[in-house]
Each structure stands twice: as C-alpha cells, then as structure tokens.
Ligand binder design. Structure first.
Ligand code: GTP
Length: 813
C-alpha cells in the first residue's frame, strides 16, 4: 500500500539543531546506545508510548545510516524521514551524533537509527565503537544507508571499505546463516555532481565490495558464498546541498519516494530484508544483539532470534497463564468441597482456548520453532493445572455416582425384592452413564488424559456394592422362604404328632412334600428375578430342600424329647381310660369294669409308642435329591431307639398304673363318703338333735345359711382355702381330742382325705372344667396338690396338651 510522501519542506528540520516546537512521534528521539556503549532501557517505552509502533507486529521497517563523521547523515535522515536528529553546526564543525540515536519516521512505521560517524575525531584511532555500531546496524536494520562523498568512491579508506571488510567478516561469522534475510546496503553519494554517472560509481563500489568479500575470512561452510547471498545494493546520488540546493531538494524528494512509496519500482523496504522481529520484541532483540556484540559473544542471528522468541514467548505465556489461572481458581474450592461440577469441562476448555488465542496473538510473530515449542509448553502447563481439577472431579464423581446408584436401587426396590436383577442393572446403568458423561465432559479436548483407571476403579466398586446388595436381597428372599417353610412344617408336624393318627408319618410327609413343592416354585420364581444361572438355581433349590429336610428332622427330634412322648402317651391313655366314647369323663362306681378300659387304653398308648418309634414311610416318598445328598443320614428315620422306647414305655406304665390306682380309690371314696358323713352328723348331733334342728326354724335357717355359704364358697372358688382352714381346724381338733382322750385319730384323718378326693372327683364330673397340673412334676401328679381350674373349651385339646407339655418341659429344665 502506498504511503503519502510528506513534503520535505514541511518537515521540521530547518533549524540548525533540527528541533521543532511541536512534539510529534518523529520528534521523540532516543539515544539507544550512549557513549558508554550502554543500551537504553527506555526503547520499549518509546516504541509503545512515543512512537506508537510497538503494536505493529511485523508491519514496520528499520533503517540505519553508516558513514564518516559530518558527511550530512543526520541531515539526510531528517530530510528523508522527517526526523529530528541533531545536525552539526556549520560554524563550529563539532561532531554532533554520539552513540546511536533512534527515532520514528514521520507518517510511516519506520524506525530510523542515526549512528555515530566513523573516523570520529573524538575517539581518535579507536575503531572499536565504529565496528560495533556498524555491525549492530547491519544486524538489525533492513536497510543500511552508506553515506559517502562522491570523491570517496574508489578510495579504500575514504569509503570506509576497511571498516566494512571487518564488519562483513564478523557479521558473516556471528549472524549470517543460510536463509537469513538479506540486508540492503543503500549507497547515497553526496555532493553528486553527475560528471561520473551513478551507474559507474555503483559499478566501482560493487567491484570494491566484491573484492573485499573475496578477501574475507569466511567461516566453514560459507567459503563459496557470495556477497549477493547476504546483501543487495542500491545507489543514489544527491547533489551538493549548499551549491545546488534546488537539485538537492528535488533528488532528495525522489529518494524519499523510494522509502515511502510502496508502489515505487525502486521501493527500498523489500520483504526479503525484513528481520522478522515483531515490533514489540524489537527493543529486546536490539538490546540482545548489542549486548552480544559488546561482549563479543559467539552468537549468530538465528540464535538471537530464538533467544528473543524464548524471552518474549515466556513473557506472553506468563501473562496469558496468569489470566487463565485467575479464571479457573474459582473451581478449586468447589471441587475440594466434594462437588461435581457438570460444566467444568466446558468452561475450562473455553478459558484454555482463550489463553491459547492470547498467546498466539503475540507469540506467533516470533521465531516459529520457538513459538511452537513454547505454545506446546504453554498448553502442557495449562493442561497440568486442569488435570488436577480433572482428577478431583473424578474422585467426587466416583462418590456421587455410587450414591446415585444406591439411591436409584433403593427407590426401585422399596421393600420389594422381585426382579432384583432388572432393578440392579437399570440403577447400575444409570450410575455408569452419569459417570461416563461427566468424566468425558471434564476432559480437555487437547489432552490425552486417561481416566480409564479411575473408571475401572469405579466399576469395581459398583460391582462390589451390587454383589453386596444382591446378597442382601437374596438373603431377604431366602429368609422369607425359610419363614414360609418353618410355618408350613413346624406347626402341622406338631399338630399331627399330637393327634397321632395311624398314618401320621405319611401325612407328615405329604405336608413336607407339598411345602417343598411350594417353596421350590417360589424360589425358582424369585431367583429368576435375580437372573441366576440354571446351575445357581439348582444349587439353591437343593440347598433349600435339604434345609427343609433338616428342619423337619429337627422339629421331629424336638417333639420326641421324653417329656413330650410321655405326655402324648398319657394323653392317649387318658382319652381312652378317663373319658368314654362320647368324650364324657368317667365316674367310676362300684361294679364298673375298670380293668377292661385300662387294658384297652394302655394297649392303645403302647401302640402309639410303637408308631412313634420309627418314621414309617417308604423312601420313595422322599425327594431323591435329599436322599442323594451326601449329608443325608439314613438313620434319621429312627426316632426312638429301642432302649429309649423301652424306657419310656416303663415310665408310662408306672404312670398308667398310678392312674389305675387312683381310679380304684375314687370308687372307695364314692362308696364311703356320704354314709360316714351322715353317721358322723348323727353321732355328733344325735337323732333327737337332728330332728330338733330340722324342727327348729332358727336352726333350720342356720343350716340353710350354712348350706348357702357353702354353696357360695364353692361358686367363688374358695373351697380350697376354706377346706384347708377346715382341715387344719379338724386336724387341730383331732389332735386336741387325741391328746385329751388318748384315742387314735388315724381313722379320722383317713376319712378326711377320702372325703377330699371324693370332692375333687365330684368337681371334675359336675363342673365343665378340666384339671390341669400346675408347676408339677409328672411323677408327683398324684399328690393331689396344685390343681388349677381352667374352663373347658378355652383351649383346644391339642392346645391344652401343648400347654401342659410346655409346662412340663419348663419343669423338666
Ligand atoms: N557539503 C555538504 N554539506 C552538507 C550536506 N548536507 C549537510 N551538510 C552539512 O554538513 C554538516 C554536517 O551535517 P550533519 O548532518 O550533522 O552530518 P553528520 O554526518 O550527521 O555529522 P555527525 O553526526 O557529527 O557525524 C552540516 O553543517 C551540514 O549543513 C551536503 O549534502 N553537502
């Protein structure tokens, strides 16, 4: 794009010192290198704030000037670029430019360097600074204006050819690499008369330069290199400024066009000359070059560029990273509190990309290799910071997903263990999808983070929980089944054994078989809900069957402790002996056949004991899988061993005999009781008194009242206490009588006991009650004590028996 070429006459360089009153970017000059060879720390500030050129990226140019002292260098630069460098006072002829000055061209992004002239009188013969400044100019400027008088052309020393030779040599050694951008050497011939055409002068100079190049000590690998490999030459002549001011002005104007007008065929700032240093990095670059030159370090230009790129990229990276870190730090606290941040991945990804973009905006202008390396480094640095968050997120996610799994499973179960496998799978799938979705979304796209290990750990744990839940649910199902089996077996077996029908074992096994069938159906159905394999179902069913078998055995065994067997035998015996065929309690009278019913009852009980001795069902009734089980014990069918059976029969026989004796005694009591009482009353009262009582209304009333009181005592259940009192009174009375009369009271006591037994029998036959022993040992039953009245019908017979047995077992223990 063409730039406007400002009118030279408008430029602020007319004064002797070139200063103008109004300050513009071009007016701001900086001594980039001072006389003490120190590089100014202010250059970046000037680039940014005074020249406004720091943000131009690559879109700027650098031009420097080289030449003998007081050859009008500053004048030329001011004329061409509108700068404000000091120009020597015509009168004093003192050196004006000390060190290296920098300024910006007016109306163009061109950095202009005014370099102290060679052959500096003040520095004497010391060419050190001249070489350094010349080398510096060649290293950093795209265009080096070589300013010389026309009459210096062809003069080796006058044209600074010796100095150039040294500079070329060091430059070649230190800074030039294959592919380095070329530098333009722009020879401006001052006080050009035109007598010798510029082309001829150019040819002379070119020849001189090539000769110099040929004489250089070239470093290895560059022996065959040509000067044109590193430099391009331009030539221009400027007429005498004092003697031909108009021509000077015109030619200067033309020359200016070659620096400003990009459309000009002779435009000087060709891209090939650009050093590819971004404007904001130029101060560091220039300083680094200067430092290396001053300290004479053996560094080449590309290395310098890399150093600069590293320095700048590090700086850019730091700024971009700080911004990035500031953005992401808010997530740390939340993650450490255990939260799962669903948007973490998306948001951090955004900050990550923004940071890279910021880095690219400035960093991409620097050495590509270094930039790419630093970019990767930057990405790695951010990824490392984010990976910490990623791991924390996965940890939180792990817990959260497990909770989700537990919650969802609990919701689905809600006390119902059916279809457990389906509910478990759905819950697990939900938790795993949740985990995968968040874990994937948290990943940084650029990073190759591997969350597989974390996910595998999560899956292991969820499987452990699932297994545990399955065991628990299965336990509940099997527990319910156990209850069902227990309920279905224990009570019916107990009832059947109490009833003791002849086919008791067959009926028990029918119960067992039906229970097993129901349980197997239920278990198979439940296990199908657990997605159990066929073999697992088979094993569980087999286990259940054998447990049921063991339960039945245990139940039978518990029903055949001695006390229970004796109880059943006694019950069977009493059923026959003490009750008639209609279930009415017998009252034995004189002349009744006691022996017959006794023998029949005893035989019946004996038959029952035989029935109980051994489980009597064919093995074919049994489930084959139980019989085939290695734990199956064939002796399990023997319930009572012969010795135990015999022992029980003996014990029962004794009890039966006692009952028989009691029955016999009750007949005697029934016969003796009333006549003795009558005669006793007659003896006590006498016939006359008896008649007197009956004839006396008061006595009759007293007798009636006594009868009523007796009836009331009987009705209120106070009989025993009253009898006890009466017994004690009678006993005491008898004792007193005995003591006083010396008579035996045996008969009186015997009669009294007989009367008491008679009363008990009378009670059992005349009242709808059933005598139940209370807290008594069976062998002591016949003592006649501790009898409790329980209304008949309050318990079933089996229940009554069970109750009696229970009390008896308690007594036994
Ligand atoms: N003969 C002649 N003199 C010039 C020309 N241009 C400038 N001068 C004069 O030369 C003197 C030195 O000019 P400067 O521009 O200061 O020269 P310089 O090379 O920058 O001087 P230093 O910075 O001191 O090395 C001044 O007095 C100018 O007027 C020119 O084209 N021809």
């Amino acid at each position: 794009m063409s730039q406007t070429v400002p009118d030279i006459d408008q430029l602020p360089n007319a004064s002797a010192n070139g200063r103008e009153s109004s300050v513009t970017p071009a007016d701001a000059r900086l001594q980039a290198v001072n006389e003490a060879q120190e590089f100014s720390p202010d250059m970046l500030d000037y680039m940014k704030n005074k020249w406004n050129i720091a943000n131009r990226g690559f879109d700027y140019n650098v031009v420097a000037v080289f030449g003998s002292q007081s050859t009008g260098k500053s004048t030329l630069l001011n004329r061409l670029f509108g700068t404000n460098f000091d120009v020597m006072d015509e009168v004093s002829r003192q050196q004006t430019t000390k060190g290296i000055w920098a300024s910006k061209a007016r109306d163009a992004d061109v950095l202009v360097l005014d370099v102290e002239g060679t052959d500096g009188r003040e520095r004497g013969e010391d060419q050190d600074f001249e070489r350094k400044s010349a080398l510096f100019s060649i290293a950093i400027a795209e265009v080096l204006i070589v300013n010389m008088w026309e009459n210096q052309v062809g003069l080796y020393n006058g044209a600074n050819m010796g100095l150039l030779k040294t500079v070329f040599e060091v430059n070649l050694q230190l800074f030039q690499q294959k592919g380095s951008p070329k530098t333009c050497l722009f020879f401006v011939i001052r006080d050009f008369t035109g007598v010798t055409p510029i082309e001829n002068l150019a040819a002379t100079l070119t020849k001189d330069l090539e000769r110099i190049w040929a004489g250089l000590n070239k470093p290895p690998g560059k022996e065959a290199s040509l000067i044109s490999d590193f430099f391009e030459f331009n030539f221009a002549g400027l007429p005498h400024k004092v003697y031909a001011p108009e021509n000077f002005k015109n030619e200067a104007e033309k020359l200016k066009g070659r620096f400003y007008d990009r459309q000009n065929p002779a435009y000087t700032f060709k891209p090939a000359f650009h050093k590819h240093i971004p404007a904001d990095g130029f101060p560091q670059f220039a300083e680094a070059i200067w430092e290396k030159i001053v300290t004479n370090r053996d560094l080449d230009l590309p290395t310098q560029q890399q150093l600069l790129a590293q320095y700048r990229c590090d700086e850019i990276m730091r700024v971009a990273y700080d911004t990035f870190a500031e953005h992401i730090k808010k997530y740390r606290v939340q993650l450490e509190s255990g939260k799962v941040l669903e948007g973490l991945g998306k948001e951090t990804q955004q900050y990550y990309l923004e940071a890279i973009e910021a880095f690219d905006a400035d960093g991409s202008r620097y050495n590509k290799e270094v930039y790419q390396k630093k970019r990767a480094e930057f990405k790695e640095k951010m990824a490392t910071a984010l990976h910490v968050y990623y791991v924390q997120q996965l940890r939180n996610l792990h817990k959260s997903a497990l909770n989700l799994f537990n919650e969802r499973l609990a919701e689905r179960m809600k006390g119902d263990d059916s279809e457990f496998a389906r509910k478990l799978n759905e819950s697990r799938q939900e938790a795993m999808s949740y985990y995968s979705r968040i874990a994937e979304a948290t990943k940084l796209h650029d990073a190759d983070w591997d969350g597989d290990e974390y996910q595998a750990q999560f899956e292991i744990e969820i499987e452990e929980i699932a297994t545990q839940k399955r065991i628990e649910a299965m336990g509940r199902v099997l527990g319910k089944l156990d209850s069902f089996i227990t309920q279905s077996l224990v009570e019916p077996i107990e009832v059947l054994l109490n009833e003791g029908p002849n086919d008791v074992w067959k009926r028990i096994f029918v119960v067992f078989r039906e229970t097993l069938a129901s349980a197997e159906r239920e278990l198979s159905k439940q296990l199908a809900g657990f997605e159990s394999s066929d073999s697992e179902i088979t094993a569980q069913v087999q286990k259940m069957k054998f447990q049921a078998w063991e339960l039945m055995q245990k139940t039978i065994k518990s029903e055949f402790v001695d006390v229970k067997v004796l109880e059943r035998l006694r019950h069977r015996f009493e059923q026959k002996f003490r009750y008639d065929s209609d279930g009415i309690p017998r009252v034995w009278s004189a002349g009744d056949d006691i022996d017959g019913p006794f023998s029949a009852a005893r035989d019946d009980a004996d038959a029952l004991s035989q029935l109980y001795a051994k489980i009597n069902v064919p093995e074919s009734e049994l489930d084959p899988s139980i019989v085939e089980d290695e734990r199956f014990d064939p002796n399990a069918f023997v319930v009572l061993s012969p010795a135990r059976l015999q022992n029980l029969r003996d014990r029962f026989k004794r009890e039966a005999d006692l009952l028989f004796v009691e029955a016999k005694r009750s007949i005697v009591t029934n016969q003796v009781g009333p006549s003795k009482i009558f005669y006793l009353a007659l003896c006590v009262l006498g016939w006359n008194e008896l008649l007197a009582v009956l004839s006396n209304p008061y006595l009759t009333l007293a007798a009636l009242l006594s009868a009523v009181a007796g009836y009331a005592i009987w009705r209120t259940g106070m009989t025993r206490p009253v009898l006890n009192v009466a017994r004690a009174t009678l006993k005491e009375t008898a004792t007193q009588i005995s003591e006083r009369t010396g008579l035996s009271i045996e008969g009186v006591v015997t009669n009294f006991r007989a009367g008491a037994v008679g009363q008990r029998l009378e009670r059992s036959t005349s009242h709808p009650s059933f005598p139940v022993r209370k807290g008594r040992d069976l062998n002591r039953e016949h003592s006649g004590d501790e009898v409790e009245m329980v209304p008949a019908g309050r318990m079933s017979e089996g229940g009554l028996l069970a109750d009696r047995r229970r009390r008896a077992v308690q007594d036994e223990y």
